[in-house]
Write a protein that binds this ligand. Structure first.
Ligand code: ZN
Length: 172
């Protein structure tokens, strides 16, 4: 998935969580949703793309560290966005499939659970991949604007929108 696709997933995730009354910070989720692909910067310096891409920065450990470093954006929000990214990368295959779930203890990609396959390959042809991504993006945009409207979420969560941003009223 392209960074734009990951951003749309992050935006939908943030909207869904807020809709459910979870006070995430949208900017934190958005940053987290694209952050793992920062490893592309290391690709020119590596002996092969497989050695660095979808490895260290696509691990739960790295997400935890990123969440702590970027705590101004909300630790949980950054981690939630990052999780959406590595789950999609894990699910959408790649060669070899999976991400660095156990990095640095296991320095290879591990594919957890089911993942998309295309005629026995772990990655569809580029054009099919883009068509699939565009379909997902359009679907998520429609879901966001029609279903996940602010204020229509679970009642009783005390989640309100105000000019100063989201606030959660506490009962205790
Ligand atoms: Zn990635």
């Amino acid at each position: 998935m392209t960074p734009f696709g990951h951003l749309i997933v992050g935006a939908t995730l943030a909207r869904w969580l807020r809709w459910r009354g979870v006070p995430v910070r949208t900017e934190g989720v958005l940053v987290g949703s694209v952050l793992p692909d920062i490893d592309w910067l290391a690709v020119p310096f590596a002996s092969s793309r497989q050695m660095v891409h979808r490895m260290g920065t696509h691990s739960p450990l790295a997400l935890g560290l990123a969440g702590l470093l970027l705590r101004r954006l909300g630790t949980g929000s950054v981690i939630a966005g990052g999780l959406s990214h590595i789950l999609i990368d894990n699910w959408m295959g790649g060669n070899p499939p999976g991400v660095g779930w156990a990095y640095p203890f296991v320095r290879q990609r591990l594919a957890l659970g089911p993942h998309l396959s295309w005629r026995g390959q772990s990655r569809p042809p580029t054009l099919v991949g883009y068509m699939f991504e565009i379909a997902v993006i359009l679907f998520l945009i429609v879901v966001s604007v029609t279903w996940l409207k602010p204020g229509t979420g679970k009642p009783g969560t005390g989640f309100t929108y105000s000019r100063s941003g989201p606030s959660r009223t506490r009962s205790s």
